[in-house]
Design a protein around this ligand. Sequence first.
Ligand code: ZN
Length: 194
Amino acid sequence: MNDTVLITRALRFAAERHSSQRRKGQAKEPYVNHLAEVSELVADATEGKDVNLIAAALLHDTIEDTETSSDELVATFNNDIAQLVADVTDDKSLPKQDRKHLQVVNSRAQNMRVKLLKLADKTSNLRSLANSPPENWNTEQKQAYIDWAIKVAAGLKGVNPWLEERFDEALRRAQQALQQTTNRETHVSQGDLD
Ligand code: ZN
């Protein structure tokens, strides 16, 4: 399969599988926006040289969040792409806290390409937290997400300085956005005392 055909096939496959899903944030963006963002980060970070990794970025949430099996990814794409997606897929049979802990523990042991994909995913998620946080999350939940993302990212560093800068930038923006909401909340509660 030629590279352009591969990427367009991955995009269509991902768009179809995630068609009914939206991001958790207040803007409720179509889920495919997240996939497009992660794949662009991976493409820029690798200067477009790793086509399987770019396709895997488009497909990275299909096994975890849609009715898609690894065998299907092998049949539709190839072994390498299916393996990359499997490597960034959490075991959903485990409780959420265990899955989050495992991401921290496992991040250091991943190969370079998996680390890159994971760091791009975390960068996109932090950007979303800054621009369009989930409406039902309180300050503690947002802070906990940021703290966790920092721990996971610590194990993903040393692979791609450009992407690490994007991550750090997204982290700063998420922290600033949280600081602003906290200030506003403090202001409102002090106002209530008057
Ligand atoms: Zn993702």
